[in-house]
Write a protein that binds this ligand. Structure first.
Ligand code: B16
Ligand code: MG
Length: 214
């Protein structure tokens, strides 16, 4: 890595919580009487909880009052937290810990750039929290990805200019947010979905910071 710092998305990059979000939304959709698929779920990655609910209701063609929407969002979150509560270090994606350790050893800074309001709980449950110089989560920002606020806030907390940071993202909205922040972006996941990224890796397994030419 040439850049001085990495800003990591959480869901789908460091841990597989994208799967838990999907299961929780899927259960809610089933109760509302329609099917919510993995393809639909791609649209929710990096999107805030309330905006995700709006997309879900649009897919199911369902209208709800503001009060009902708040209740739905709360129900989704309590289901999601049941999955999160059972998380351990076993849920960290392969190769992530080695990658973060190598970054630390070479003096690189590490930040979290997630729009999730549950990010800190997940970092605590999985024992990763000590790696981070800065943590930006949904409680610190008001605009979800593709707005660049989450990554610009991360660079600001590390006292670094945007061009010194490389973002690691699994969502199309996150790649756009990184570019709008003036940062290079490594797409983590499916190359056919993440084709706007500056570099694509399928995951961190077998990947070290020196393999990232950004
Ligand atoms: P919460 P990220 C995002 O996290 C998820 O990708 C997205 O699916 C979720 O709706 C959002 O967090 C809000 O999460 O309901 O926990 O506040 O990818 O930015 O780490
Ligand atoms: Mg993500």
């Amino acid at each position: 890595m040439k850049a001085g710092a990495g800003i990591f998305d959480l869901d789908g990059v460091l841990v597989d919580t994208a799967r838990f979000h999907y299961l929780a939304w899927n259960e809610l959709a089933a109760e509302l009487g329609f099917e919510f698929t993995m393809v639909h779920n791609e649209r929710l990655k990096g999107v805030s909880r309330m905006d995700s609910l709006e997309i879900l209701l649009e897919i199911g063609n369902i209208q709800l009052s503001a009060g009902e929407k708040n209740l739905m969002a709360e129900r989704k979150n309590s289901r999601y937290l049941q999955y999160v509560d059972a998380m351990t270090e076993q849920d960290i994606l392969p190769g992530v810990i080695t990658f973060l350790q190598k970054m630390r050893e070479s003096g690189k800074r590490i930040a979290l750039g997630s729009v999730s309001k549950n990010a800190r709980i997940i970092l605590q449950r999985t024992g990763m929290i000590g790696f981070f110089d800065a943590i930006v989560d949904g409680t610190l920002i008001s605009k979800a990805k593709p707005h660049p606020e989450v990554f610009l806030t991360g660079a600001g907390l590390m006292n670094l200019p945007p061009e010194a940071c490389v973002v690691f993202e699994d969502a199309v909205a996150g790649i756009e947010a990184a570019h709008r922040a003036g940062m290079k972006c490594v797409g983590v996941g499916d190359a056919s979905i993440l084709n706007q990224a500056d570099l694509i890796i399928s995951g961190f397994h077998g990947i070290l910071p020196e393999h990232i030419p950004l």
